[in-house]
Design a protein. Structure first.
Length: 236
């Protein structure tokens, strides 16, 4: 009888501990957007199961290990928020599978991604003809992000402008992230000098910018750390 009561109490306490933690980091863990979140969710499940049902293990050391894991996750999250190289090492990065309608076999081999996998993910998005695809990117989560060729995209208001019919499609080019230049993305069309001039006309400095990129239509998008919003939305 004591074993049953002990198991019930351990389960109840473990459940409330898990719910408390999930209120704190649940959105990140449940998204499974990267390897680290996936590994953490599996490990948390194992911890809670042992804490609740394995009466051969002492509860207090298990709880201490569980809390240590959460603190480690929080510490890594703080570093990731400030360091893009660390974030990419910890979380992985996306892989371009199709570039301007061409399948990149070398990239597919790197991630052990087959043509059958590609066709299946395309069909799941309602694309049965690979000729319709301009860009395809395999995300860290395993999902395939698709940009269709212009003639196969859904019609929007801007499509009623004849000047847009022959507009070239390109992937967005990141130039600034977290106040630092993304050096590898600069080219002869979008050089550092060009960027400095654009920022000068806007009276901005690189350190003020959280994110800047060239959009798929060739426009420069800039998001500042200080958005100057007097009443920003705060929706959980």
């Amino acid at each position: 009888m004591e074993d049953i009561i002990s198991s019930i109490l351990r389960t109840v306490v473990s459940y409330f501990v898990l719910m408390t933690v999930m209120l704190w980091i649940g959105k990140q863990v449940n998204s499974h957007t990267n390897y680290y979140n996936f590994a953490l969710s599996v490990t948390l499940g194992s911890f809670i199961a042992n804490m609740g049902f394995d009466t051969n293990l002492h509860f207090t050391p298990m709880l201490a290990s569980f809390l240590a894991l959460i603190l480690m996750y929080f510490f890594f999250s703080l570093i990731s928020a400030k360091s893009r190289p660390f974030r990419r090492w910890l979380s992985g990065q996306s892989t371009v599978i199709i570039d301007k309608g061409k399948i990149l076999e070398v990239n597919m081999k790197k991630v052990r991604f087959t043509l059958d996998d590609l066709n299946q993910l395309l069909r799941e998005q309602g694309i049965f003809d690979i000729f319709e695809v301009e860009y395809a990117i395999l995300e860290v989560s395993g999902n395939l992000s698709i940009m269709k060729k212009t003639q196969y995209q859904n019609i929007s208001k801007k499509d009623f402008n004849p000047n847009n019919y022959n507009q070239e499609i390109m992937l967005p080019i990141e130039l600034i992230m977290n106040g630092s230049l993304v050096e590898k993305n600069f080219n002869k069309n979008y050089s550092r000098q060009w960027l400095y001039q654009e920022l000068k006309t806007r009276n901005l400095q690189i350190k003020d910018i959280q994110y800047a990129l060239i959009s798929s239509n060739g426009s420069l998008f800039i998001d500042l750390y200080d958005d100057h919003l007097h009443s920003p939305l705060d929706v959980e």
